[in-house]
Design a protein around this ligand. Structure first.
Ligand code: ATP
Length: 488
């Protein structure tokens, strides 16, 4: 990471804290690693991102509906989905520092170093060896590679490693008050399974016809071993997932369509297309027949934000096997080739899965700008969040010019006419210039000032965040002016 991008990332993190977007969880107790809280502006921004997604997926598609399933599920769900046996990372501990690492991550870092030193063929060879060991789940071989490469613990600087072990990423807890009657259950590591187990409930009660989708936004939990890069890798995070159920044989077509549609959703926020790229998975999970990530160019490099996966009929078939309940759909449509209805089958599934927190971070990074406003006479600058107005936490701030002469009352009166439709902020402290800067820093698209003229003719000045231009408008027009810019 170059110095300037390193600096940018650090500045965004401290800005997020200083302006009430993201706080370290339980900060007064020195925090809890890889867990974060969203503050007053963060919660608004996060809600707006959710709304943008929900509208694009559920409201705009009449064959997609949304649900909200529970975090706790029957423990057999996770057996059927493969998470109990397979949702794990290979871990290694350094005996001196007692620090735990992901074995594959240590090797990935080593490969990156070799690459940056121009040792391309060594890097490629190591990559291949690591991929083979991971595929074969050959844990001793992973350790051998770490020793061969003389990889040292960044804390103790020694290569005194334990064996590599698999470490399941699911958090477990007990249900039931009496110890011997209790049962181990898991905090869901993905929201998708809540959709799979409900797919027939939704299909029947909603009279859905294939192809159709079920969307959901919710928390997921993973006991990530290395917590890095702020809210990129958390132990408690939020996903926005959609499972699209299709007729077997049509999955490639739908996969291509969703892959494109999802990138368009990202770009519709005005982000430079060069900041995004697709990454095709060459090592596919056993249940997938195609998988692409949408990656964003974060200050620390391209990183996955969203996955689009063709999951075949794996999950539904597994649930059919474990629950012994039929997971089949009856397709009444006539197959033109046979002249008969397609009949019963277990649908294939295309999944789009985006991390809300990663989307939040990329939105902050994209919007953050330290703008130089210096003129020949004086040096000046501002920090502005150029958020898309639909995503801005506060849509408009209302300022009385002074705290007297009835201006606060007039400002409040105008605010009352607008606050049902827009999230507004009232501010009367400090000079107007200072108030503008505070609103720029949280990305508020409009600042409205109520002055003495307002008392006479009911006009106000409205100042635009990006251009900083000001104009005088009738208070009665504010609803339309703000609405035009911030409505979806
Ligand atoms: P990674 O390879 O980065 O661990 P993943 O491939 O395990 O991610 P998926 O299981 O495909 O991720 O989950 C879908 C999305 O959920 C990811 O694209 C990412 O945006 C988000 N996500 C996954 N794990 C985390 C996490 N620990 N913290 C925050 N977001 C996450």
């Amino acid at each position: 990471m170059s110095n300037s991008t390193d600096e940018l990332f650090k500045n965004v993190i401290s800005h997020a804290k200083e302006y009430g977007f993201v706080f370290q969880s339980s900060e007064i107790y020195d925090g809890l690693s890889a867990v974060y809280d969203y503050g007053q502006n963060g919660a608004e921004l996060k809600n707006n991102i959710k709304t943008y997604w929900w509208k694009a997926m559920v409201q705009m598609n009449d064959n997609i509906v949304g649900i909200d399933s529970a975090i706790f599920m029957h423990p057999t769900v996770w057996k059927a989905s493969g998470h109990v046996d397979g949702f794990s990372d290979p871990m290694i501990d350094n005996k001196d520092s007692k620090k735990r690492y992901r074995a594959d991550q240590l090797l990935e870092d080593r490969i990156a170093t070799l690459d940056s030193e121009g040792k391309t063929s060594e890097a490629e060879e190591l990559q291949l060896e690591m991929d083979n060991a991971l595929k074969a789940e050959d844990l001793p071989r992973l350790k051998e590679l770490i020793l061969e490469q003389n990889i040292k613990c960044p804390i103790s600087n020694t290569a005194n490693w334990t064996d590599v072990r698999q470490f399941n990423l699911m958090f477990s807890t007990q249900v039931g008050a009496v110890a011997d009657e209790s049962e181990t259950i898991y905090l869901r590591p993905e929201t998708a399974q809540g959709i799979f187990v409900n797919y027939l409930n939704v299909q029947k009660t909603g009279r859905m016809k294939i192809p159709f989708g079920i969307a959901q936004i919710g928390k997921a939990f993973r006991n990530e071993v290395i917590a890095r890069q702020f809210i990129i890798r958390m132990r408690e995070f939020e996903q926005m997932e959609m499972q699209f159920f299709v007729r077997p044989g049509t999955q490639r077509e739908w996969f291509d369509q969703w892959k494109e549609a999802r990138l368009k959703w990202h770009l519709a926020l005005g982000t430079d297309a060069a900041k995004y790229r697709y990454h095709e998975h060459t090592k596919l999970a056993h249940y997938a027949d195609a998988a692409y990530d949408i990656e964003f160019d974060f200050p620390f490099g391209f990183k996955e934000v969203e996955g689009i996966h063709s999951r075949t009929n794996f999950d539904l078939t597994q649930h059919e096997k474990y629950s012994r309940k039929k997971m089949q759909y009856f397709d009444p449509e006539v197959d033109p080739e046979t002249g008969k209805p397609y009949g019963n089958y277990v649908p294939y599934v295309i999944e789009t899965s985006i991390g809300l927190d990663r989307m939040f971070l990329l939105t902050m990074i994209n919007a953050y700008e330290e703008e130089d406003l210096s003129t020949e006479e004086k040096q000046d600058s501002r920090t502005v969040l150029r958020l898309h107005p639909c995503l801005a936490p506060v849509k408009a701030a209302i300022f009385p010019l002074t705290k007297k002469d009835g201006l606060p009352e007039k400002a409040r009166e105008i605010m009352d006419t607008l606050k049902l439709n827009f999230n507004l902020q009232y501010e009367e402290k400090d000079a107007i210039g200072k108030r503008y800067r505070r609103q720029d820093a949280i990305g508020t698209p409009f600042c409205i000032t109520v002055d003495h003229q307002t008392l006479e003719d009911n006009t106000v000045t409205i100042r635009h965040r990006d251009s900083m231009a000001q104009e005088r408008v009738a208070a009665a027009d504010l609803e339309n002016i703000i609405g035009d810019l911030v409505s979806w």
